[in-house]
Write a protein that binds this ligand. Structure first.
Ligand code: GLA
Length: 406
């Protein structure tokens, strides 16, 4: 066992040095500590490099809960991952955003959780999340304070990375508030180096809102994803603006290093089901991280039917050599395409207008080889049809028809 642990830790260090995300296999060794009640499961975390690091899938509290976050919400969310089928569909990161911290560091200079919100501390939450076969993410900031004015990590990177590793954190979202005007590359490199020095692989999510070209410095410092824009909000215009901001960035992502157009709003209630299907389809086409931003403990059937659509998830979780990108725009009709690793092409026929419209493209325009006919599967209606070289559909206002054409 000890040799196994050593080998795994060595593999983990190798993976970090290579700047890649790594999978963590967590083995529950079944030491139940009654004193810590429900949160008590002890683990030995063994790390192994991922065969291919896919866009992270999970949840983050911010879009729905903002600062109203606590241990119960995180635990209940982790349980809901299992009971709702999110875990089975591939969602694994349960991510805590801003406001988890106490207002000051402890006497030894270490970060500490707010004792009212997280009375058992973050390690206990991580242990609980791990006991369900899920992973825990946390939030910090590359400045003197987080955006909500809790202690930041600027100048404390090594200490804080070691603290996160000791708690069993698997994912760090690293924000950009109160940054003292220091160059982003310098600040994000400092935390990247600190994370490389801990024995645990921690996915590194750079969140500096697309400033100072994170798609260039992000992968260079070993970031696994980087936010490309300011914050999303739960409305069509903002979601569409963020989608359009991705158009020039398609070439910057690759396995283990992804453009992040921000967390999902699906299920938060201010867009229609059609708009949420568009949001989810387009994020999948972009190989975006799929981080659910709604309350999954009370997920409606409609929200579940969107977030659990495995055909759409499969588009997100496939690397066919490039992120999906827009190939044509004409008024409010847009065609986006993404090559899939099996040779098929995911095609999004998008109608951003306010009335129904027919959106068309062709097999050659989306990169399919010349054939007399093609099979097109609609990833929402599940209907399959045979089509000639012209690929088109009638699309409702603010809607998308997402096809997988082979
Ligand atoms: C910034 C980030 C958001 C969220 C908040 C928390 O605005 O971009 O995603 O983390 O901070 O304060």
């Amino acid at each position: 066992m000890i040799a196994l642990v050593r080998a795994a830790l060595a593999a983990s260090r190798t993976a970090r040095r290579a700047g890649r995300a790594a999978l963590t296999m967590v083995f529950a060794v079944g030491l139940l500590l009654p004193a810590q009640g429900a949160l008590a499961v002890q683990h030995v975390a063994l790390a192994a490099p991922a065969a291919v690091a896919l866009p992270p899938m999970g949840w983050n509290d911010w879009n729905h809960f903002h600062c109203n976050i606590n241990e119960s919400v995180v635990q209940q969310t982790a349980n809901a991952f299992v009971s709702s089928g999110l875990k089975a569909a591939g969602y694994q990161y349960v991510n805590i955003d801003d406001c988890w911290l106490a207002h000051s560091r402890d006497a030894s200079g270490q970060l500490q959780a707010d004792p009212a919100k997280f009375p058992h501390g973050i390690k206990a939450v991580a242990d609980f999340v791990h006991s369900l076969g899920l992973k825990l993410g946390i939030y910090e900031d590359a400045g003197t304070m987080t955006c909500a004015k809790f202690p930041g990590s600027l100048g404390h990177e090594a200490t804080d990375a070691a603290t996160f590793a000791s708690w069993g954190v698997d994912y760090l979202k690293y924000d950009n508030c109160n940054n003292q005007g220091i160059a982003a590359r310098t600040r994000y490199q400092a935390m990247a180096s600190a994370l490389k020095n801990v024995s645990r692989p921690i996915v590194y999510a750079i969140c500096n809102w697309g400033q100072e070209t994170p798609w260039i410095f992000g992968p260079q410092v070993g970031g696994n994803l980087w936010r490309t824009t300011g914050d999303i909000s739960d409305n069509w215009a903002r979601m569409l603006k963020i989608l359009h901001a991705q158009v020039p960035l398609a070439t910057f992502s690759h396995p283990g290093a992804w453009n992040d157009p921000d967390m999902l709003e699906v299920g938060n209630g201010k867009m229609t089901a059609t708009e949420y299907r568009t949001h989810f389809s387009m994020w999948a086409l972009l190989n975006a991280p799929l981080l659910v931003g709604s309350d999954v403990r009370t997920m409606s059937a409609t929200t579940a039917s969107i977030l659990l659509n495995r055909d759409v998830i499969a588009v997100d979780q496939d690397w066919g050599g490039e992120q999906g990108h827009r190939i044509r725009v004409s008024g409010s009709s847009e065609v986006w395409a993404k090559r899939m690793s099996d040779g098929s092409v995911a095609v999004a026929l998008l109608n951003t207008g306010t009335g129904r419209a027919t959106v068309r493209t062709s097999a050659s325009a989306v990169g399919l080889p010349g054939k007399s006919s093609y099979t097109a599967r609609d990833l929402w209606s599940k209907a399959t049809r045979t089509t000639g070289a012209s690929i088109g559909a009638s699309v409702p206002a603010h809607g998308v028809v997402l096809l997988r054409v082979s």
